[in-house]
Design a protein around this ligand. Structure first.
Ligand code: TA6
Length: 272
């Protein structure tokens, strides 16, 4: 399919009625509904015409998380991904590919291939990102799945994970502050932009207003967790989403020639 501006979309539909939609622009999943409940959020101010990265769903940050030598959050969210294959079987899936081109080598001089597979299983959405160094020199990268999750209101949300005792960077402080997390539960009551180092595995978004719990299960590769909410920013619709990001962001990752890095993240929505 295509949206109103002509961007290519692919929708996966499961026999149980669940569905997922992604845009080949940015390789961005914009919707995943389970049991009739939407789990992802596209910001009200998102541009859906390719003029800038899609601010919503599950954008890729690659090969750079955040600001730095190249554009904020890298170029992967800002380029067209190629559809390698789709599978309409019992677990429908789509496989996308992004590789280096003259355009990417202008910004970042390394040959690479990224393969992103999204699978709609009966109880979960599975994502697999494989990054291969196809060049002759090692390179370093940082990355994230900058996921925007739909919530009823920040006041109704508890984020539960392995946070207690971890070191995190509070990017809202000037200069950014390195702090120690005091609790395994995070609530949002102010602008929040935190990179939790070495916190991965399973995270839960417990939403008393929606009556749902969303588990974000990182099974491989991803190492850190980023929590972002632009509290008070009505234009971005801050009270309708939280970003809880599977990340490889605290330290650059070095990938040797011909080696593949794999990041696996599943989303599992259940009723409370
Ligand atoms: O992941 C959090 C963050 O890096 C914030 O610092 C904020 O800039 C946000 O991402 C959104 O970035 P964007 O470039 O999409 O506006």
């Amino acid at each position: 399919g295509a949206n109103a501006a002509g961007l290519k979309t692919i929708t996966l539909t499961h026999a149980n009625g669940d569905s997922a939609t992604l845009y080949t622009f940015g390789g961005c999943v914009t919707s995943y509904t389970h049991a009739g409940v939407e789990t992802l959020k596209v910001r009200p101010d998102a541009k859906m015409d390719g003029s800038k990265p899609i601010s919503g769903g599950i954008p890729h940050c690659f090969p750079q998380f955040g600001p730095g030598a190249i554009q904020q959050h890298g170029f992967a969210r800002n380029l067209e991904w190629e559809v390698r294959s789709t599978d309409a079987g019992a677990e429908p899936s789509v496989c996308l590919r992004l590789a280096d081109s003259p355009k990417t080598r202008d910004m970042w001089p390394y040959p690479f291939e990224a393969i992103y597979t999204v699978t709609l299983a009966s109880d979960r959405l599975k994502t697999s990102l494989e990054v291969k160094n196809t060049g002759a020199e090692p390179f370093t990268f940082t990355a994230a799945l900058h996921s925007y999750f739909d919530i009823s209101a920040v006041a109704n949300l508890k984020i539960e994970g392995n946070f207690k005792g971890s070191q995190y960077i509070d990017k809202t402080a000037k200069p950014p502050a390195e702090l120690t997390a005091a609790s395994d539960t995070i609530t949002i009551s102010k602008e929040t932009d935190s990179v939790y180092k070495g916190v991965s595995g399973e995270l839960k978004l417990v939403d008393s207003g929606k009556g749902t719990q969303l588990a974000i299960e990182c099974k491989q590769g991803w190492r850190d967790t980023v929590i972002w909410n632009p509290y008070g920013d009505q234009g971005m619709g801050y009270d309708s989403f939280v970003c809880a990001e599977a990340a490889l962001a605290a330290f650059p990752f070095t990938l040797q020639p011909n080696v593949v890095w794999t990041g696996l993240m599943d989303l599992v929505s259940t009723k409370l």
